[in-house]
Design a protein around this ligand. Structure first.
Ligand code: ADP
Ligand code: MG
Ligand code: MG
Length: 510
């Protein structure tokens, strides 16, 4: 029985043992940058007027067991998933058809599509696109069967926590080994978490794009740089800085963070230059200027970030520039939950085989195996019946076209929610069967306000991948590496760390 692995795990802690682990974790986190800026809910603005404080990222005290076969399968499929989402992005016609229905009911999707059309009309000047992706999964546990890998979702924009999750692997490895800080348990003597190369992989993707950009297009020639576009109130700074530090220190690429509200102040495109280079003038050094090779978005994935038309203007400005976008508007749209539902349709056209030209059919079958059943809510469709019936709704989650956590409707709330909104809006949502996680998994979390929680948990694995491609479909770089484990209380439906639901974790493979 796969589940027996959880028996008496993690071991019970005496108050002294718990205090020791909490202190070790708190201190390690700050010493090594496994940290976040506190939210005003934890530390009021009046107590932190200069914004100098940081606290540990929410983190589990123990690594969580995760089935080795599922982990290996997720790693093995990542470059195929990368290829799939690059191919979807290259097929504007197919993508446009799928999101047509969303455009009617979802202003955010409609505005993204409009941005693409505006730039297309003028003509794109950059034929390369970069993806930094994270494919998220749970191990589905059906009694008396080996656990199977099921995808929760595929992220094509702002895939975060690569920086911090590499650190959690190091933290847990230290607690496991030198000297062991845990009470004895067979699982804790079984080994250490696997290597986590998320920082190397993700920054490697950015560095590859930077090189592929070629020489400066401005005259006179300017030095080249990478820009991270970040949210004005970002608290997950240290995660981003882990990638930035690798780019500047190892790859020797000048890299800067620009707040989304400052894009139009700090960057420009010379009107006289039809190649549309994106020029960055750092406000701290106004006499210097760089040409931007690659724009990495850690912002602009959620409608509430577009506060006015100026934000759409800034997004369009980036999109029409010669910089390589990570992601382009089209690649962002390819990550819509609706696309994932259409790919998972069990009947009708075989989209996977059309997109994954040249990929072995047995690999495509394995990728298909990771899909959980998903439905649209069209009239007379199966999705509608499942969603509106109180009993069947309990096995499902209802998802809109949003990222960043906190947007889904779960189980018993689904029928009531749908009946409250106009039926004409239902096509903006997809219904997905809930993945069944292990029944009796437990862990202890140290939250970022210092609270310690022990209880039944559900873990979600993310695998990172990166791909650089030409709009003709030609792939220049396709790589996978690094992982994230997020663990949340079993009673919690949502899963994001930044959204406050989950804690960062690491894996012990069994
Ligand atoms: P987002 O893009 O906002 O992160 P997700 O699809 O990842 O949207 O959903 C958010 C959270 O909801 C996930 O992290 C997970 O905890 C939970 N969730 C989503 N889909 C499923 C599913 N099919 N089964 C179980 N939990 C799910
Ligand atoms: Mg997402
Ligand atoms: Mg998610």
């Amino acid at each position: 029985m796969a589940n027996s692995i959880y028996e008496n795990y993690p071991p019970q802690l005496t108050p002294e043992q718990q205090e020791f682990l909490v202190t070790a974790t708190k201190d390690w986190a700050i010493q090594n940058g496994l940290a976040v800026r506190p939210s005003p809910a934890i530390l009021p603005e009046s107590a932190n007027p200069n914004h100098v404080f940081a606290t540990n990222a929410p983190v589990t005290l123990f690594p969580s067991p995760f089935p080795r076969a599922c982990f290996k399968e997720a790693e093995a499929l990542q470059t195929v998933y990368n290829q799939l989402y690059a191919a979807i992005t290259c097929n504007e016609e197919w993508l446009g058809k799928v999101i047509e229905d969303l455009i009617d009911v979802d202003d955010f999707v409609a505005n993204l599509w409009k941005t693409h059309l505006a730039v297309k009309k003028e003509g794109y000047v950059q034929n390369l696109s970069l993806g930094l992706y994270r494919s998220d999964y749970m191990a589905d546990v059906t009694p008396n069967q080996p656990p199977s890998l099921k995808q929760v979702e595929f992220n094509t924009i702002s895939s975060s926590f690569g920086g911090l999750s590499s650190l959690v692997k190091s933290l847990h490895t230290e607690l496991l080994t030198s000297p062991p800080s845990y009470p004895p348990h067979p699982l804790l003597q079984s080994g250490t978490p696997p290597d986590n190369t998320a920082v190397e992989t993700l920054s490697g993707g950015l560095a590859t794009a930077h090189k592929a950009y070629g020489p400066s297009k401005s005259s006179p020639e300017l030095p080249l740089c990478v820009l991270f576009i970040v949210q004005d109130e970002e608290r997950n700074v240290f995660d981003q800085l882990a990638l930035l530090r690798r780019l500047t220190g190892f790859h020797k690429i000048p890299t800067f963070r620009v707040k989304s509200s400052q894009i139009l102040n700090e960057t420009s495109i010379p009107t006289s230059d039809s190649s549309r280079p994106l020029i960055y003038r750092p406000p701290h050094s106004p006499s210097s200027a760089f040409e931007v090779t690659t724009v990495y978005l850690r912002a602009y994935y959620s409608p509430d970030e577009y506060k006015s038309s100026r934000d759409w203007e800034a997004r369009t400005h980036l999109e029409r520039s010669a910089a390589i976008k990570c992601p382009t508007v089209l690649n962002q749209l390819s990550g819509c939950k609706k696309i994932q539902q259409v790919l998972a349709e069990p009947t009708g056209p075989d989209h996977l085989t059309s997109f994954l030209n040249g990929v072995d059919s047995s690999i495509i079958a394995r990728l298909r195996e990771t899909f959980a059943p998903q439905y649209d809510l069209s009239t007379n469709g199966q999705g509608r019946d499942l969603a509106l019936n109180a009993e069947t709704a309990m096995k499902h989650v209802l998802k809109p076209q949003r990222e960043g956590g906190g947007n889904n409707i779960y189980k018993a709330d689904i029928p009531e929610y749908l009946r409250r909104i106009p039926e004409s809006d239902w096509k903006g949502w997809v219904l997905m069967e809930l993945i069944n996680p292990a029944e009796n998994a437990e862990n202890v979390a140290l939250r970022n306000d210092g609270e310690v929680l022990r209880g039944n948990v559900i873990s979600e694995l993310g695998i990172y991948g990166t791909i650089l491609w030409e709009d003709t479909g030609k792939i220049l770089h396709n790589d996978q590496g690094g992982w994230l484990l997020r663990t949340k209380g079993k009673e919690v439906n949502e899963g994001g760390v930044a959204a406050g639901f989950s804690s960062l974790d690491s894996v012990l493979l069994y």
